[in-house]
Design a protein around this ligand. Sequence first.
Ligand SMILES: [Cu+2]
Length: 524
Amino acid sequence: MNFVTALPLIAQLIGTALAAIGPVTDLHVVNKFIQPDGFNRSYILAEGVFPGPLISGQKGDNFQINVINELTNDTMLLSTSIHWHGLFQEGTNWADGYAFINQCPIAAGNSFLYNFNVPDQAGVFWYHSHLATQYCDGLRGPLVVYDPQDPYLSLYDVDDDSTVITLADLYHVPAPLIVGAATSDATLINGLGRYTNGPATAPLAVISVTLGKRYRFRLVSISCEPNFVFSIDGHTFTVIEVDGVSHDPVVADSIQIFASQRYSFVLNANQIVGNYWIRANPSVGTTGFTGGINSAILRYVGAPVADPVTVSTSVNPLLETSLHPLVSPGAPGSPTLSGVDVDLRLVLGFNAGSFLVNGVKFVPPTVPVLLQILSGATTAASLLPAGSVYTLPLNSTIQLSFDASAVAAIGGPHPFHLHGHNFDVVRPAGSTTYNYVNPIRRDTVSTGAATDNVTIRFTTNNAGPWFLHCHIDWHLEAGFAIVLAEDAPGVAAANPTTDAWNDLCPIYDALTSAELGGGGGPTS
Ligand SMILES: [Cu+2]
């Protein structure tokens, strides 16, 4: 093969992610220089690629992911800790991955086995570092749990590695070196993109479809900050899943997707064979599509290898109020404003560079909350960090309402994510009415504008300390979180830990400042 004929092959390889791995796999965490948008820097990467490889399994699987920390670049953090976003971790709170709530970080040169079951969930999830803002430096990737009995199998023909779509923000400066507010330099779709004044020929992701086939696309925002308005020129699609929960089908032609949210939608490749722009317009950073930024290409088989010349046709954005769970719709509790066992109002605040919940900035404790509970501390008053831990009784209906009036204009809307649960959004952003009958069910919700009072409900059935936080990672680092300690007295019996887990803290606590990297570790 001469060089000229090899070119299309090289272009294909650039846009092709690694094959899926899992549910039992090693996951090497390494430093590597890559140029996903044409800009060269060293990142923290799973298996050396961005995004990390697709981890997949089937509903009912036992996942055993052995994270091997091979980090050496001390400009950035050298330890790590990985969260499997959206999976309930029932009985394995220790494997939930948030550093200093669920575990101590994994020191460089060490490995740690995350061993958990996924008995009753399927859909799109993702994994990311949950140590300070480490995932902004690259450690993030998609995770899909397939369901052989998926209720919507008859709606689509293709559902494989090629139909997973990741949306990411990218930073040219390593997170520990960013001074002041971080601003994304580029949007990557499936790990490729361009930035303003960067190489104009940096390759864009190409998603190939065949005329007449129906595709289940699995859209996942692995963003550190921006939300994206996602659309595909010339096409509508049918949304069937939200954050790992099947919903009644809803037709739309654009989706505003917040950091860490996911959607599955069915796209019927029924348009004229050609090239169509895929768009992901970010809420912050450089917006628009000049020079192919914030874009990828939907290419029908048989179309020329060329940039699209299509224009945006979006007129029908997806609304949270249109989405209703397929199975067991209806919020827990009674259909009244206070019809729950525990009604917790969360006032979101900001002061002197820190984000607050009910007046308190979250600062990660030195002893993980789970370890504190296992050591006998089971009351909110005795658990650290002081003022950030709320205890919840088991088998109770819980309502959380978010008063975002003071922070909506400060980097908002702020998407809040609850670990260990899905929740019913009885009052979503942009709505003033309460739906207790069949509200959208998900694990990350926009808390909306200053006039909103986003309200969610769930039932406590999962003993453990679970994190509730803004998924804009820069805001989390500035304190935007609390811990819900669910059934604290029952945590130990429900969550047996391993010797390897018990070894994490002594190893981590013995590290020197230099061995932490990133200028000495988490800055908060
Ligand atoms: Cu936020």
